[in-house]
Design a protein around this ligand. Structure first.
Ligand SMILES: [Fe+2]
Length: 196
C-alpha cells in the first residue's frame, strides 16, 4: 500500500524506529529508550516545528479528547500522535493500559505528574501525587504500561508529539477521578492528520 510521504525528518524517524523494532520486542525498555532518543532528534526539526503551528487544539466530545493521528506502522503497529492543549489545559489522571508511550513536548511547558494509589478511611482507592517533573520544549518522557499520570499545561498552549506502541482504542486503559475511583475507557479519539 502506498502512502503520502511525510516531512523528511518524520520519514527518517519512522525508518530508524522500524529498524529499532526489528532488533527489539515490544516490552524491551531498549526499544523505548531508543525511541526517546529518536524523538528528541525529531523535536529539533524546524520543518516539524513550523508545521505544528497549524495543528488544531484537540476537541472534546464530552467523553474523550482528540489526538491527531499522523502515522501507524503497518508491521510494528507503533503510532505517532499529536496532542495540543490550550493554556491551562490538563489531562484527566489516566494510565495507558498495556501500551508504552513516549511523550515529547514540541512547544510550551507542562507539569507531568505521577500518582500512586492510596486508600481513604472508608477503604476506597484514591490517587495521590507521587512526583512531578517540569518539562519544556525538547523534553521527552517515557510512560511504561499501567503507570498512572497526568499532564498539566502552563499558561501557554502546548504541543506534544507522542509515540505509542499501538493505537489508542485497541487496548483497555483507565481514567482515575481526582476524588477517588476509576473507570475503563478506550483512549483518545484518533483524528487522521497529514504531516506532509
Ligand atoms: Fe498519558
Amino acid at each position: 500500500m502506498t502512502r503520502k510521504k511525510m516531512i523528511p525528518a518524520v520519514e527518517t524517524f519512522v525508518d530508524k524506529m522500524r529498524a529499532v523494532c526489528l532488533g527489539t520486542s515490544r516490552d524491551d525498555t531498549e526499544r523505548w529508550d531508543k525511541c526517546r532518543e529518536l524523538l528528541k532528534e525529531l523535536l529539533k526539526d524546524p520543518a516539524l516545528q513550523a508545521h505544528a503551528e497549524n495543528w488544531p487544539v484537540g476537541g472534546f466530545d464530552g467523553k474523550k479528547v482528540d489526538n491527531l493521528l499522523f502515522y501507524e506502522d503497518p508491521d510494528h503497529h507503533f503510532v505517532i500522535n499529536g496532542l495540543i492543549k490550550n493554556p491551562g489545559g490538563r489531562a484527566m489522571i489516566h494510565d495507558h493500559g498495556k501500551a508504552w508511550t513516549v511523550y515529547g513536548l514540541l512547544r510550551g511547558a507542562e507539569r507531568i505528574v505521577r500518582y500512586v494509589e492510596a486508600k481513604k478511611s472508608d477503604g476506597e482507592a484514591f490517587y495521590e501525587e507521587d512526583f512531578a517533573e517540569h518539562c519544556g520544549p525538547g523534553d521527552v518522557d517515557i510512560v511504561p504500561p499501567w503507570e498512572i499520570h497526568s499532564e498539566y499545561a502552563g499558561d501557554e498552549k502546548t504541543v506534544a508529539v507522542i509515540v505509542r506502541s499501538q493505537k489508542s482504542g485497541t487496548f483497555e486503559q483507565y481514567r482515575y477521578y481526582d476524588d477517588g475511583g476509576k473507570v475503563k475507557f478506550s483512549g483518545p479519539n484518533q483524528v487522521p492528520f497529514d504531516l506532509d
